[in-house]
Design a binder for this molecule. Sequence first.
Ligand code: MN
Length: 484
Amino acid sequence: MTPDAAGMLKDLKVYAPNTDETLFELAYEYSMTAHKNQERASGEHYFIHCSAVAKTLIEFKLDLPTVCAGLLHDVIEDTPITAEELEKEFGEEITTLVVGVTKLDTLKFTSRDEAQAENWRKMMLATAQDIRVILIKLADRLHNMKTLNFLSKEKQERKAYETITLYAPLAQRLGMFQLKSELEDLAFQYLHPSEHNTLNSKVTQITKSREKVITSFKSVLGEKLKATNIEHRILGRAKTLWSIYQKMKRQEKSFEEIQDGMGVRIITPTIANCYALLGVVHTEFKPVSGSFTDYISVPKVNLYQSLHTTVMTSGGDLIEIQIRTEEMHRTAEYGIAAHWRYKTSGEAAGRDEHLEEKLNWLRQWIEWLQDLKSPREFIESLKTDLELHQVFIFTPAGDVKPLPAGATPLDFAYAVHTEIGMMCVGARVNNKMVKLDYELKSGDICQILTKKKSVPKKGWLEIVKTARARSKIRHYLREKGIVA
Ligand code: MN
């Protein structure tokens, strides 16, 4: 065994002590031999890429079949080995994962856009069957982004763009924030090199002075919280370059103008503790009005939970504070991968009641996406649904529906119930009549007016933003022969 393989096996056995060592070694050797005469653009041995992908999957603490599939992920695409041969050697489970991340034969497509859309559709379908497919693909993309400097400028930009519009939002949707931020900052370098470099040096410069502020704030906060005898730990937190850049663009402000980037996290065992600690924070420091958001009682779509608040230090600096439980923290960092890990570790199978909810959401969503026949429509809907910024809309009864920014009452109607969408004739937002293409804002209370025999109109396809609404409307119009 090479030292590289031995190291991986050692890390793997930390969280999966009963790992089948022979299977791991077999996958390692098999992939190394299969890619033997191939090089990457960097001139390195190709297998270094396969090994790096598997290492990321081990970092996520995923199970052995996923790690083996990570080692073997490019074997079908890039070597003469077929799926049948792989299956004979490694069985169905690993082979299905590898096939899931294998791209379709590009010769079949007339354009690159079409090929890209079809490959996404295929991968999402495989993901609906097995979530581990997308985790392997994300690990693959991460290493490709880290080694992007060896490719042509045109390829760099194309890959970076795909990463920022699809892979990073998807990681975010799966709650994998660490990975998402890493992908974004890597893509940022290639999409806007000069802005990236300027911001990078400014942030490095300011970090020093801010470190003092954070350190002294942490010690003052620590004293206050210690007095409560509530178990907790305080973590510092750095904002990523891309998120600062996005905020500057959104608010049309310069780096100096956005009072942002300083934050701490308080992690504590229970939800009750979260609110108790929040009370202490607000008593001891002046909260900035309007800054408090309760993502514990109203989680984000990706099930992210935390209390957010911004307070002012005695020195007049603003500090953003996030308060969450240990479990929320793991979910926030690793997202769906964290849940997967529990399920396979055997430590508490079935403990995560959110996992099925999460997977159902994903499966349902992919089903709607499958309904969209044209590749362009598919990829556009995928992008819209992955939109970072979401709005929370309330039904008159007080139920909350999270929707992508730009969503309309029609999207809301379909989110509440397909029937309501189908029979929609109008909408009232905060007690005022609005048009069906009205752009909903967070906190809006939306009431949908329906009429029994009313049916969807063709023009609705131009209005709706979500895949769900689009798919349902198109399905109806197609059945009636109104659209192809
Ligand atoms: Mn690869």
